[in-house]
Design a protein. Structure first.
Length: 210
């Protein structure tokens, strides 16, 4: 099954993609993870992407499409995949169509903006080992200190409330039109993203069957 997961930043796409990918035995392809790896390794593409990400803007299409194309050609994608974070714009969706990739279903996880800001501005990352926490949902035992290595917990620049709001504006302007694009093809399935994780998973599995 070839799937796309849509939703605002912080809607829980990554969490659900991980669970569904395990249940269906297909890989999750997250552009965020691929780009973060490139940033960490200081590759040419990573450096290109860095200034856009830090400003809360989208990485240019040509960079993203190039990575996706290479990734989908790998053998583990033969039986299907979940695209998380791609396409983000109508031109990217058209580029996917032009590659001859036929998507079966598009799952849109809906979460109000206010909930997204609360979720993301509560995230904390360990400076030393990269472990993730959340001040409400997954707090560290000692505030500001990593449970694993004792490193300092910080808020990532793109999780700061003002950056989150910028990212949400970009999402509504550039990515939300994809809902219409895929609805016209009869592929869009909408799932309520404010319920407990297990309930959202059950709902996604249900909409994938119809």
């Amino acid at each position: 099954m070839k799937l796309i997961f849509l939703g605002a930043p912080g809607a829980g796409k990554g969490t659900q993609a991980e669970v569904i990918s395990e249940k269906l035995s297909i890989p999750t392809i997250s552009t965020g993870n691929i780009i973060r790896a490139a940033l960490k390794n200081g590759t040419e593409m990573g450096l290109k992407a860095k200034e856009f990400i830090e400003a809360g803007k989208l990485v240019p299409d040509d960079v993203v499409i190039g990575i996706i194309k290479e990734r989908l050609a790998e053998s583990d994608c033969a039986n299907g995949f979940i695209l998380d974070g791609f396409p983000r714009t109508i031109p990217q969706a058209e580029a996917l169509d032009n590659m001859g990739i036929i998507i079966d279903k598009v799952v849109d996880i809906e979460v109000p903006d206010e909930d997204v800001v609360n979720r993301m501005s509560g995230r904390r990352t360990c400076k030393a080992c990269g472990n993730s926490y959340h001040i409400q949902n997954k707090p560290s035992k000692v505030e500001g200190v990593c449970d694993s290595c004792g490193g300092e917990l910080t808020i990532r620049k793109d999780d700061a409330p003002e950056t989150v709001l910028d990212r949400l504006n970009v999402y509504h302007e550039q990515t939300e039109p994809l809902k219409d694009y895929y609805e016209k093809c009869g592929k869009l399935r909408i799932v309520e993203g404010t319920k407990p994780i297990t309930e959202i998973t059950a709902e996604i599995l249900k909409v994938l069957e119809d």
